[in-house]
Design a protein around this ligand. Structure first.
Ligand code: APR
Ligand code: ZN
Ligand code: ZN
Length: 361
């Protein structure tokens, strides 16, 4: 059997997205059919539409989603019809060297659904980040579904599937922020703001938000930043040192992805502090550093991939904290929109007032 559902498709480079009817197959072995309840609009969706990821058009966009499992294929035991789930980018194998060493986010053998969703004329769709959830129903690998408490709002917890997890995970997993630590977050977009929230969850004593935009700093403050620095008007490194007794922060999280902010992160850490790089640079970006500073300051320089998260461990835990009122995910949902408003949401993204527009079905 197949299912015909409405979905948001990017047909060609730079062209506005269109609302289309697509065909979703019933789940085969190891797959799950998910009735999507909510899906956030992320920069990465826009990046796909602009051809910035690859040229495998047409794309079925959407990847920050939660929904209810409608059917599962042969051999699926972890999730069952009726389960409320958050989707992640790819199922891991559980058997490769990375998985066995407890770092499944670097799994060598990740997978998505094997069967393809198509347009009505049979053209195969490429689902964004292996998900494709701007659709009433989507087909994923069962391992991409993590069952969580159904009492949670789908619009809020679906965001854990991408940017919010990347930021929170940068603080609590990669940075291993501890109670009382001082933390600086450079770049306070969706990812940096989530890092601010993650530092708060971990019990940081000071959370210094750095950005070049005062509006972003206001939002970071609402989410738990204790101090803000506008690095257009001030030297970020000096300001962070001043706010940490002259030392530098125990953990500095970079969430921009540029050489100058990588450099700031490097010098803003305390001796033996930790730098966590979440911002993704472009291939041509370079940074030169005196080796004596690399050697002499000690500590560690880590990059964070998908928040170094383990969905089956982190999603249910963060949903519980959300339901207990200890993790404000609702603050990331600026507005809820209908499926045919994704293109408008892309336009609003550049304005900077929107943390997340979330499609609710
Ligand atoms: N110094 C400080 N902040 C800066 C600078 C700078 N030189 N340049 C830009 N910013 C701020 C912007 O004002 C914005 O608030 O960085 C923030 C970037 O936020 P978004 O564009 O919303 O990006 P986001 O989705 O948060 O992702 C940030 O993390 O996962 C990666 O690929 C992602 O590299 C990207 C980064
Ligand atoms: Zn995303
Ligand atoms: Zn693996």
């Amino acid at each position: 059997m197949t299912h015909q559902v409405r979905a948001v498709v990017a047909r060609g480079k730079g062209a506005p997205v269109s609302l289309e009817t697509i065909i979703v197959p019933d789940p085969g072995p190891g797959e799950a059919l998910v009735k999507v309840e909510a899906c956030g609009v992320c920069h990465t969706d826009l990046h796909y539409r602009e051809g910035g990821i690859n040229d495998d058009f047409p794309f079925l966009l959407g990847h920050e989603a939660a929904g209810v499992v409608e059917a599962v294929g042969e051999g699926v035991t972890d999730v069952a019809p009726g389960d409320f789930v958050i989707l992640n980018w790819r199922a891991v194998c559980g058997q490769c060297r990375a998985c066995l060493r407890g770092r499944p986010w670097y799994c060598f053998d990740t997978h998505n659904a094997k069967q393809k969703m198509t347009l009505l004329d049979g053209t195969e769709l490429s689902p964004a980040l292996g998900i494709g959830a701007f659709a009433e129903k989507t087909l994923v690998a069962a391992g991409q579904c993590t069952k969580v408490d159904p009492a949670a709002s789908a619009a809020a917890v679906g965001l854990l599937g991408c940017g919010v997890m990347a930021g929170i995970g940068a603080a609590i997993n990669t940075g291993n922020v501890g109670r009382g630590d001082t933390v600086a977050v450079i770049g306070c977009g969706g990812v940096g703001d989530a890092a601010v929230v993650g530092a708060g969850l971990a019990g940081a004593s000071r959370i210094i938000a750095v950005d070049i935009d005062d509006n972003k700093l206001e939002t970071a403050k609402k989410l738990g930043a204790t101090h803000t620095v506008n690095s257009r008007n001030a030297d970020a490194v000096e300001a962070i040192r001043e706010l940490t007794g002259g030392f530098g922060a125990d953990v500095v999280i970079e969430a921009v992805g540029r050489p100058e902010t990588y450099r700031q992160a490097f010098y803003a850490r305390d001796l033996a502090g930790t730098v966590v790089l979440v911002g993704v640079p472009t291939p041509e970006m370079k940074l030169e550093l005196p080796l004596l500073d690399v050697f002499g300051r000690g500590g560690s320089l880590k990059s964070s991939w998908y928040g170094d998260c383990l969905p089956s461990r982190d999603f249910p835990m963060l949903v519980d904290l959300y339901l207990q009122g200890r993790l404000n995910l609702d603050a990331f949902v600026t507005e809820t929109i209908a499926l045919d408003e994704v293109e408008k949401a892309f336009e609003r993204m550049h304005g900077g007032d929107v943390l997340r527009s979330v499609v609710v079905f």
